[in-house]
Design a protein around this ligand. Structure first.
Ligand code: UD1
Ligand code: CA
Length: 454
């Protein structure tokens, strides 16, 4: 049966106190709504319909690359009204999963369970039983069977004691949605069209209402303010950290680890505290990441050791390299095996060959460095003339003396040596020493200037 996914995202999110629409607030680096869309895609939804209201332009722009049907709910007249406005575009057959844009962590597993449970009955919902369900719609059962959902504000004292509540996640046959939604009324405590009233309609039609509980409670947690957002972020991070540890990653402290994207990790990867992984990253076997590193869209091959406070963005790092502390690898940095990059070394759009080293205070931008070369402390590739960028090419087994400036475009050939402190503007041939600095000048018995008397 084909599955439509309907996502409610018209709420204003006033309590966030933000210019950014609530469903665009990030959780683990991805907008809340992005998490829901991602899960919908995993379920191979035939269509994803998102109901927007506030900040519609911004929200649609953020997901312009996704295949989504956008439906506007200009006035927020209730959850039932929200789903009703989708009817003109909603498939006539199949089943809809109804989700909330501000309940980002609902899992594919739970939704699959819900779909399975609802196939026979035509309607099912995700419920959760907690100690205190204040504020939520309560699940009213008779002989174990769901009879209705009663909103907190409409509930009697007796009903308010019910601990099982409606999480706002449903699976409903599209034929039934087309039949039931036009019949909703707003005759209730809040004067809203309640989606929850379809449960009573199903019972009146002689249907049974299926229910499932989520695998993990945080899956059904909604976000209304920044306190809840931060709390959910931690729960989600703990969950991800646990999964990584179960796959064999050694996190020194899972409470001080953040994954904002995906991490593919080999065996015996060790990650020290306060590391942030963003985008899509890969760490090979036995990679060690020191404290405080930020690693984004980067691949680091087996055996590499990264010392604390190093930052990576879109870099590719070979095996058994040594990086940091305080190294910065920027987009296009490509390190071969056994490379050493040390403190305060910045590498951008440059390839560094097998076994080459740049251990201290260096900028390598738009450079190609061969194998076995040593880049001395304080070397700068001067790649930019204020208007254009140029390349520096350094061959194999070259030695660049400390504090040299290599003014690109320039080529330092294999085996060449550059004397410390040189400003190199012309190519250096193979096995040649190039020195560019004035001869040392000496004046004996030199008197330094004296302070003038006032
Ligand atoms: C709803 C349920 C309640 C459930 C709770 C779970 C109803 C009547 N009640 O209550 O049983 O326990 O969720 O959190 O459905 N929205 C729109 N358009 C609207 C109204 C709401 O898009 O006109 C969206 C909101 O942005 C939000 C979601 O629907 O994402 C739920 O709305 P909300 O007002 O939070 O519902 P509750 O009153 O909390
Ligand atoms: Ca709510």
């Amino acid at each position: 049966m084909s599955t439509s996914v309907i996502i409610l995202a018209a709420g204003k999110g006033t309590r966030m106190r933000s210019n950014l629409p609530k469903v665009l607030q990030p959780l683990a680096g991805q907008p809340l709504l992005g998490h829901v869309i991602h899960t919908a895609k995993k379920l191979q939804a035939a269509e994803i319909i998102t109901i927007y209201g506030h900040g519609g332009d911004q929200v649609q722009k953020a997901f312009a690359h996704e295949n989504i049907k956008w439906v506007e709910q200009a006035e927020q007249l209730g959850t039932g009204h929200a789903v009703k406005v989708t009817l003109p575009v909603l498939a006539k057959t199949g089943v809809s999963l109804i989700l909330s844009g501000d309940v980002p962590c609902i899992s594919e597993d739970t939704l699959q369970k819900l779909l399975n449970a609802s196939t026979q009955t035509g309607i099912g919902l995700v419920t959760l039983t907690v100690a205190d369900a204040t504020g939520y719609g309560r699940i009213v059962r008779e002989n174990g069977k769901i009879q209705a959902i009663v909103e907190h504000k409409d509930a009697s004292e007796e009903q308010r004691k019910i601990k099982e509540f409606n999480t706002g996640i449903y699976a409903v046959s599209n034929a039934k949605l087309h039949e039931w939604l036009p019949k909703l009324s707003n005759n209730n405590a809040q004067g809203e069209y309640y989606l929850t009233d379809i449960v009573a309609m199903a019972i009146a039609d002689g249907l049974e209402v299926a229910s499932v509980e989520p695998e993990r409670a945080f899956e059904v947690e909604g976000v209304n303010d920044r306190v809840q957002l931060a709390a959910l972020e931690r729960e989600f991070q703990n969950f991800q950290a646990k999964q990584l540890m179960q796959q064999g990653v050694h996190l020194i402290d899972p409470a001080r680890f953040d994954l904002r994207g995906t991490l593919k990790a080999g065996q015996d990867v060790r990650i020290d505290i306060n590391v942030i992984i963003e985008g899509n990253c890969e760490l090979g076997d036995n990679v060690e990441i020191g404290a405080g590193c930020v690693i984004k869209n980067t691949q680091i091959a087996a055996g590499t050791k990264v010392q604390p406070y190093s930052v990576f963005d879109s870099a590719i790092v070979g095996e058994n390299t040594q990086i940091g502390p305080f190294s910065r690898l920027r987009p296009g940095a490509k390190l071969a095996n056994d490379v050493h990059i040390g403190n305060f070394v910045e590498v951008k759009n440059s390839s560094i060959g097998l076994g080459s080293k740049a251990n201290h205070f260096t900028y390598l931008g738009d450079a190609e460095v061969g194998a076995g070369s040593n880049i001395g402390a304080g070397t700068i590739t001067c790649n930019y003339d204020g208007a254009n960028k140029f390349k520096t090419i350094i061959g194999d087994n070259a030695f660049i003396g400390s504090n040299s400036s290599l003014v690109a475009p320039v080529h330092i050939a294999n085996g060449a040596t550059v004397g410390a402190g040189s400003t190199i503007t012309r190519d250096v041939a193979e096995n040649t020493l190039a020195v560019e600095r004035s001869k040392q000048f000496a004046k004996e018995n030199y008197q330094r200037p004296q302070k003038l008397k006032k």
